[in-house]
Design a protein around this ligand. Structure first.
Ligand SMILES: [Zn+2]
Length: 165
């Protein structure tokens, strides 16, 4: 069984710690929901630190490949995951105070038992295209006439997908 890493996020940032590893996509159930299959492994690094204003942060990076589902033909679509983001750690009061108008940096709740994979999964989900599609004409369509299929059915296929999600 895969051992999920947990960190004490503030402590981790204060001490400038770093962890890195690999996680099989099959261990990320929420991500799996939007993928075409569960093959593949993602590499990640999480690094903590603090700025000179006393703010604590985590820098996370994830690279790898996954298979999205094309919204036009519903077949697999290779997607390169390449994610780098900085998340500020705040306590609950800090988060409440922020409201919705601070958008330059993402903030997360400082947690003494932060589930690293859960955090990575969230960030990966946010980074994925909303409606991934093969390039025009590259869809694998059963009748072999991809272009005609695209022109006729694509808007409806997309609509249907939007309604069902
Ligand atoms: Zn396609």
């Amino acid at each position: 069984m895969y051992a999920r890493p947990f960190i004490d996020s503030l402590d981790f940032a204060r001490n400038g710690q770093k962890i890195s590893g690999e996680v099989p996509i099959a261990e990320l159930p929420r991500l799996l929901d939007v993928l075409e299959d569960s093959r593949g492994v993602l590499s990640y690094t999480v690094r903590g630190g603090l700025d000179n204003l006393g703010g604590y942060w985590l820098d996370i990076s994830v690279v790898g490949r996954c298979r999205l589902r094309c919204q036009r033909c519903l077949n697999g679509l290779d997607h390169a995951v390449q994610l780098d983001s900085r998340l500020l750690l705040r306590d609950q009061a800090g988060l409440d105070e922020l409201g919705n108008d601070e958008d330059e940096l993402d903030s997360i709740l400082a947690d003494t038992q932060l589930d690293v994979l859960d955090l990575l999964e969230e960030e990966i989900l946010l980074s994925l295209p909303i409606a991934p599609k093969h390039e025009l004409g590259a869809c694998q369509v059963a009748d072999g006439d991809g272009d005609a299929y695209n022109k006729k059915l694509q808007p409806f296929a997309v609509l249907a997908k939007l309604k069902s999600s």
